[in-house]
Design a protein around this ligand. Structure first.
Ligand code: ADP
Length: 397
């Protein structure tokens, strides 16, 4: 099957077109500045160069139309016509408590996604716009919704409840949901597969360290805890997000800065994390460079970041009463060996025995620990688009 995977944001649309039999990405790209002046589409065919076309995109329907035009272009396209797009997989950020797995999209599903909008006001409405645009341009093509939150719906109440009056959970569904679920599911499965084991027999800690970052405890194939909460702001220190902090800081800073709470939350989302702490960058390549040049704040930032990761790993060892596999993934987890080294120094008590030479490897699936180590530490590259493609095929076949 040929599956179009779509990740729709408020002004952008990322896409990949995947042959599900070979799992080859036939083409991929990005529409940017949708609804804003200067919109452009990037299109890259497998093995080809990036092709950027500046073209007006007043709305997402026009963006999807341009994607279809590129895919079916007689010269540079990868299929002859729209008929060769067999299914569409949509990444949906928040499925609330309504979705514990992926679903085929119909009117009822769309309504239920709309009902989750207030839990992810920036993301879900944009995801829905993508669904409507595809419905309009590809009527009759089956579509599947794959949720960032779904994999974590197996968390027990003790993991998802906050210490708040219970009525806020009952009335407003204030609880921890967790995100990056597609990645945590994919990476824990791939790790088990690579080790020749059944995921049902393992306790796995997945460290998804990208711009956004989260850790999960996957026990016997199910997520039992994860670091993000009601929103993706909780948990680890991230590229620009603060992660965990004392909630009283919000009113404290609000008074100091004469700024409403929304403004402070904006700072916590966009100006904090390693970016705010280091005053260098949110990009770990820049941070690593600054660290190697002796920049003191970059050093403190990387130490603070890694310490938080290590503490979460420790807490998930407790949550599962043990751990068999620690898997690093996403941009930082796969590539920044310095972070893996700094985190690893807190974990030797577990019997990790990571080989310092192997720890220098980047971006490929590999076991970093010595054979026979009590805990297996690995790099497992994530691939959320492929995971969405697989889910789509599973549901529409
Ligand atoms: P997201 O998908 O959340 O935007 P990524 O998973 O792409 O984020 O991770 C981005 C981070 O990975 C950046 O901080 C970047 O510096 C870091 N990184 C480090 N080394 C590399 C590398 N070789 N290639 C890509 N990203 C890298």
């Amino acid at each position: 099957m040929n599956v179009l995977v779509i990740n729709c944001g408020s002004s952008s649309l990322k896409y990949q077109f995947i042959n599900s039999d070979t799992e080859e990405v036939m083409a991929k790209g990005l529409c940017e500045r949708i609804g804003i002046d200067g919109s452009q589409i990037t299109y890259q065919k497998a093995g080809g160069d990036k092709d950027i076309t500046v073209s007006p995109m007043p709305d997402h329907t026009k963006a999807v139309q341009l994607v279809i035009d590129k895919l079916t272009d007689p010269v540079n396209g990868v299929v002859k016509s729209l008929k060769e797009i067999d299914a569409v997989g949509h990444r949906i950020v928040h499925g609330g408590e309504k979705f514990a797995s992926s679903v085929v999209i119909n009117d009822e599903v769309i309504k239920a996604i709309e009902e989750c909008n207030d839990l992810a006001p920036l993301h879900n409405p944009a995801n829905l716009i993508g669904i409507h645009a595809c419905e309009k341009l590809m009527p009759g093509v089956p579509m599947v919704a794959v949720f960032d939150t779904a994999f974590h719906q197996t968390m027990p109440p003790k993991a998802y409840l906050y210490g708040l009056p219970y009525e806020y959970y009952e009335k407003y569904k204030v609880r921890r949901y967790g995100f990056h679920g597609t990645s945590h599911d994919f990476v824990s499965s791939e790790a088990a597969k690579f080790l020749g084991k059944d995921r049902k027999d393992l306790k796995i800690i997945v460290c998804h360290l990208g711009n956004g970052a989260s850790i999960s405890a996957v026990m016997n194939g199910k997520s039992v805890d994860t670091s993000m909460g009601l929103t993706p702001l909780e948990g680890l220190i991230m590229g620009t997000r603060s992660g965990d902090l004392d909630p009283a800081i919000i009113t404290f800073l609000s008074n100091k800065l004469h700024m409403p709470a929304e403004g402070i939350i904006d700072i916590l989302n966009k100006k904090s994390g390693v970016y705010g702490l280091s005053r260098v960058s949110s990009d770990f390549r820049d941070l690593e460079k600054a660290y190697n040049e002796g920049n003191e704040l970059a050093k403190i930032t990387l130490e603070t970041y890694s310490y938080r990761v290590a503490k979460y790993i420790g807490s998930y060892v407790a949550a599962m009463n043990g751990v068999d596999v620690i898997a690093y993934t996403a941009g930082v987890g796969e590539n920044t060996s310095l972070v893996r080294k700094m985190v690893g120094e807190y974990l030797t008590y577990l019997g990790t025995n990571v080989d310092p030479e192997k720890n220098k490897i980047r971006g490929e699936i590999v076991v970093l620990s010595d054979p026979g180590s009590k805990v297996t530490t690995m790099i497992v590259p994530t691939n959320e688009e492929l995971a969405i493609c697989r889910e789509t095929v599973r549901l529409v076949k």
